[in-house]
Design a protein around this ligand. Structure first.
Ligand code: TNX
Length: 536
């Protein structure tokens, strides 16, 4: 049956095959309406069969089974009958994805190649995810990704039972979310004059303006579309660093006593800008205003506030920042950063939400309710989990999919580490240093698609696939007794079928033997890190 990600158990019942035809019905209780609608729409388009409503006890039937966990499901296929029992709406959506997969790669097309011969193979399947947070980050700040491509990416996440889309909405190079009370953020902050092409050392620029942003209605649409597919969108508003786009729109947000922030533009370089927020009360109020609108758009429990890579030079030079440090009784600039994060940790908690930030938020003391995205390796995540904080493991040495997936002169824009499909398949999110209780704080894992060196959905497809397929199995499927027992050869066999599904979906994954000519970026400099990633 070649299922990916591998289910907890799957038994083929050759005498249970269920041939589908125009009379095959689809029923579900109101609580599972999202899964019913998705299944009817998707399977009707691919097969040309109507899947009209029917009676319980016949055809394809979705039911809720309180004994199952919310994301768990069970599928039983017998002649004339396919029963999908799910713990809740999410489990029903994941089971629905499995039903499509059981029909084979042509079921991923949007119009029927044939109207006959559709068979659900007889089977007994039981399944539930290993982690509750199975994420991917899209960096729509460095290069804007049109809304239609974001919606398509949501479909791809859901097809792999990934359930978190972390949208990196703001950075030095662009502000991508409409904020009604501060229109300048997008009027000015969403556009830049040009971009670096490749790494700084190559000295290349494209001299072509770049930009774009999502209106609040666009974001409501994305959030709703994702929710109907089991995917939660977690917004990221990065602060206090990675904020040059906001500062150029509202110069009073910057360290005006050390730089002429009114002269800044949206940054046209990659890297870490030294222009960071000041720590005044007014700036806190400004971002509370931003976040009030963000909370209205994104119902997710977690809100990501970045906190990464905030250079402290301007705070060291700024009399205002130093006065603020004294006034607040803080020891240094790290504690000032920590003060800002703590402020928003509290502010979010008062509104029933939780803060998540990059592992730099550990520096100067972690805010009480904060969760950590561990990106500079496992260390931050280990420290946070040991201190009782929740952690999403996304170490750059393993799951930064902007990094290349093979070594070779044709591989586009060599940044970071080489991480092959097999490396990703063997990635283990829970480090051995954590005991059982601590390990439960690893709520999941995430692959990050930073976009300095990808400027279209085609580039993202190439970087993300097929590695995201391997990653989905890491995030979803149960861990074998020994991590070394991960059966990569078996995965590759199943992948051969799954690549046909990706072909049917129109995903431009990296071919196993390397990039096609138009997938290369000849002569564009990167910054490769040679050798294997450091041991955790
Ligand atoms: C580090 S991950 C960053 C990003 C870059 C990425 C490139 C993180 C918190 N910061 O801003 O895009 O490296 O790989």
């Amino acid at each position: 049956m070649d299922l990916i990600p591998a289910p907890s158990s799957a038994v083929r019942r050759p005498d249970g095959d269920f041939p589908l035809d125009a009379a095959t019905t689809l029923t579900a209780p109101p609580a599972l309406a999202d899964a019913e609608r998705w299944l009817r729409t998707t399977l009707s388009a691919a097969t040309g069969l109507p899947f009209g409503p029917g009676r319980p006890g016949a055809g394809i039937e979705l039911v809720q089974d309180e004994a199952l966990a919310a994301e768990a499901y069970r599928i039983t296929v017998r002649p004339g009958r396919a029963l999908l029992a799910a713990g809740g709406p999410a489990g029903a959506l994941w089971g629905a994805q499995t039903l499509r997969q059981l029909l084979g790669p042509d079921a991923y097309r949007r119009s029927p190649l044939r109207r006959e011969g559709w068979v659900l193979p007889g089977a007994d399947i039981e399944d539930a995810p290993r982690f509750g947070w199975r994420g991917a980050l899209l960096d729509v700040a460095r290069h804007f990704l049109p809304k239609s491509d974001v919606l398509r990416f949501v479909d791809l996440l859901a097809a792999h039972k990934l359930n978190v889309l972390h949208l990196h909405l703001t950075d030095d190079q662009g502000w991508r979310v409409e904020i009604k009370r501060y229109p300048g953020l997008t009027e000015r902050g969403a556009w830049r004059e040009r971009s670096m092409v490749g790494y700084r050392s190559g000295g290349r620029r494209d001299d072509r303006p770049h930009g774009g942003y999502y209106t609040q209605d666009d974001l409501r649409e994305i959030v709703g579309y994702a929710a109907a597919r089991g995917v939660t969108v977690v917004p990221e508003i990065d602060l206090p660093g990675h904020t040059q786009a906001a500062i150029c729109a509202y110069p009073e947000l910057g360290n005006t006593d050390v730089v002429d922030t009114a002269a800044l533009g949206v940054w046209t370089d990659w890297g870490v800008s030294h222009n960071v927020l000041n720590a005044s009360e007014e700036t806190l109020r400004f971002f509370e205003g931003v976040l009030e609108e963000v909370l209205e758009l994104f119902p997710s429990e977690f809100v990501h506030l970045g906190g990464d890579e905030c250079p402290k030079e301007q705070w060291k030079d700024s009399a205002a920042a130093q006065a603020r440090i004294r006034e607040l009784g803080l020891a240094n600039e790290d504690e000032l950063q920590s003060h800002l994060i703590r402020h928003f940790d509290r502010w979010l908690a008062e509104r029933g939400r939780r803060l998540i930030g990059w592992d730099e938020i550990l520096e100067g003391g972690l805010a009480p309710g904060a969760a950590v995205s561990s990106w500079r390796g496992f260390g931050g995540g280990i420290a946070a989990a040991k201190a009782g904080h929740d952690v999403v493991m996304c170490p750059e040495q393993h799951v930064y999919f902007d990094h290349r997936q093979a070594d070779g002169p044709d591989e586009p824009i060599p940044v970071g580490f080489v991480r092959t499909l097999e490396d990703v398949y063997r990635f283990e999110p829970v480090p051995a240093q954590l005991d059982g209780t601590e390990a439960r704080h690893v709520i999941g894992t995430q692959a990050n698609l930073w976009s300095e060196f990808t400027d279209s959905a085609r580039d993202i497809d190439y970087r993300a696939f097929p590695r995201l397929v391997a990653f989905a199995e890491v995030a979803w499927s149960a861990l074998p007794a020994e991590p070394a027992e991960r059966d990569f050869a078996g995965f590759e066999r199943r992948l051969a079928t799954h690549l046909k599904a990706l072909d049917a979906l129109g995903v431009e994954y990296r071919p196993a033997d390397g990039p096609l000519p138009w997938q290369r970026w000849p002569g564009v400099a990167g910054r490769p890190i040679e050798g294997p990633p450091p041991v955790r």
